[in-house]
Design a protein around this ligand. Structure first.
Ligand SMILES: Nc1ncnc2c1ncn2[C@@H]1O[C@H](COP(=O)(O)OP(=O)(O)O)[C@@H](O)[C@H]1O
Ligand SMILES: [Mg+2]
Length: 346
C-alpha cells in the first residue's frame, strides 16, 4: 500500500528546523524529530505531508497553509499543540510539540498480547478528556469569528496519545481539502480515516458534522472496554458492511465489568442515526466525566504506571530524543528509531 514514489524524500531541513531522525511513517505523512536551528534548539515533531508539490502549486501551497493554520489555533490540554505550519520547497510540513508516550492503539495491542485490559473507569476518564478536546475543536472560530466547523474525521486509537506523564492528547486532525491532494493527483472520493472507525454517514459520503467524531469516539471506547474490534473485518467490503449494519453488542456482553451507565453512554455514541447520538461532544464529555469522577484524581498516575508497565523501555528511549547530544542530520545520523505507532495499515 505504500508507494515510495509518493513519499517525500527525507528532508534535512524544514523551515527553521533541522530534521534529526524519523519517528514514524503513516498513511498520509512521515513524522520526524526536529530541532530549531537557532540557539533554543527547540525540539519538535515534524509531520511532512505525503506528495510533493509541483513547481506551479503556489495555490495549493497557500491553501495548505491557510487550512493547516487553523491547527495552530487549537490550544487545549487534550489536543497536541501545533506550533507552526509551513511549505519548504516542495514539502508541506506541520511542526508540533513532541509527545512522549504511546498511542492508544499501541496500548490496546500491548494489552491484547498480555491478555489484560484497561479498567473501565480509566477508559471513561480517557474518553472524557478526548470528548473535551473534541468539543473545543468543534467550537473553534476563525479570524472573522465565524464557526470554523472543524471536524477531526478520524477519531481512532491510533490518533490518540497517552503520555508518560498521564495526559491524553488527540492528534492528526483531518483537513478537508489540501492534505490529501497534489496537483497531479486529486483523489476523488477518498475518505480520510480508518474504515473501521468511520461513522455510517462518513462511509455514505454525506456532508459531515461534529457527530461523526462522536461515533469514532464511541467505537474507540467500545473497543478499549471490550478488548475486541467492533467493526473491523478481514476485508474492506465486509468492514463497510459492518459499519452500516453489523451488530453492535452491548459492551457488557463481552466485558461484564463495565457499568450499565458507561455501557449506555457508549451505546448512545454509537447510534447509527446521528439524530439519536449525542448532539455535541460536550454532552458525552459530561456523561463520561461523571462516571469517572471518583477516579479522576488518580487517573493520570494510573495511566502513567500502565505505560511503564506495558512498555518498560520506552520512556527512557523517548527521553533520549530530548538530549542535545542528538546532532542534526548528517546522513549517517538519520537512524530510524523503532516506530511507536501501529503499522500504518491498521
Ligand atoms: N506530536 C507528535 N509527537 C510524537 N510522535 C508523533 C507526533 N505526531 C505524530 N507522531 C507519530 O507519527 C505517527 C503518525 O502520525 P499521524 O499524525 O497519525 O499521521 P497519519 O496522518 O499518517 O496517520 C503517530 O502514530 C506517532 O507515532
Ligand atoms: Mg494517524
Amino acid at each position: 500500500m505504500r508507494s515510495s514514489r509518493l513519499l517525500p524524500a527525507r528532508p534535512t531541513k524544514l523551515g527553521r528546523f533541522d530534521v534529526v531522525a524519523k519517528i514514524a511513517s503513516g498513511g498520509m505523512a512521515s513524522v520526524y524529530l526536529g530541532r530549531s536551528s537557532d540557539q533554543t534548539r527547540e525540539v519538535v515533531a515534524l509531520k511532512v505531508m505525503r506528495g510533493d508539490l509541483g513547481e506551479r502549486d503556489d495555490l495549493l501551497a497557500s491553501m495548505f497553509v491557510d487550512e493547516a493554520d487553523l491547527l495552530t489555533r487549537l490550544r487545549h490540554p487534550s489536543i497536541v499543540r501545533t506550533t507552526e505550519v509551513g511549505v519548504d520547497g516542495a514539502q508541506r510540513f506541520i511542526a508540533m510539540e513532541l509527545l512522549l508516550g504511546m498511542t492508544l492503539a499501541s496500548v490496546y495491542e500491548a494489552c491484547e498480547r498480555r491478555g489484560t485490559r484497561l479498567e473501565p473507569e480509566l477508559v471513561a476518564w480517557v474518553g472524557a478528556r478526548l470528548a473535551e478536546g473534541l468539543h473545543y475543536a468543534h467550537e473553534l472560530r476563525d479570524d472573522a469569528n465565524d464557526p470554523a466547523a472543524l471536524i477531526h474525521r478520524d477519531v481512532n486509537p491510533a490518533n490518540v496519545f497517552v503520555t508518560f506523564d498521564g495526559t491524553v492528547k488527540l492528534f492528526d486532525f483531518g483537513m478537508a481539502k489540501t492534505m490529501m491532494q497534489t496537483s497531479a493527483k486529486t483523489a476523488p472520493g477518498i475518505v480520510k480515516g480508518k474504515l473501521s472507525y468511520l461513522a455510517p454517514e462518513q462511509i455514505m459520503q454525506l456532508p459531515l458534522d461534529r457527530r461523526a467524531d462522536i461515533f469514532g469516539l464511541g467505537t474507540t471506547l467500545w473497543e478499549l472496554c471490550a478488548m475486541q474490534r467492533l467493526f473491523h473485518r478481514d476485508s474492506a467490503v465486509e468492514t463497510v458492511r459492518a459499519v452500516h449494519a453489523g451488530k453492535i453488542p452491548d459492551v457488557r456482553k463481552v466485558a461484564p465489568q463495565v457499568s450499565a451507565r458507561l455501557a449506555s453512554v457508549i451505546q448512545k455514541a454509537l447510534e447509527r442515526n446521528r439524530e439519536h447520538r449525542y448532539a455535541t461532544a460536550d454532552e458525552i464529555a459530561r456523561a463520561l466525566s461523571e462516571i469517572a469522577a471518583p477516579y479522576a484524581a488518580e487517573a493520570p498516575s494510573r495511566l502513567s504506571a500502565l505505560l511503564d508497565d506495558l512498555f518498560p523501555e520506552e520512556r527512557k528511549k523517548q527521553r533520549g530524543w530530548l538530549k542535545p547530544a542528538i546532532v542534526p542530520a548528517s546522513p549517517a545520523s538519520l537512524k530510524v528509531p523503532q516506530s511507536k505507532g501501529p503499522p500504518p495499515s491498521r
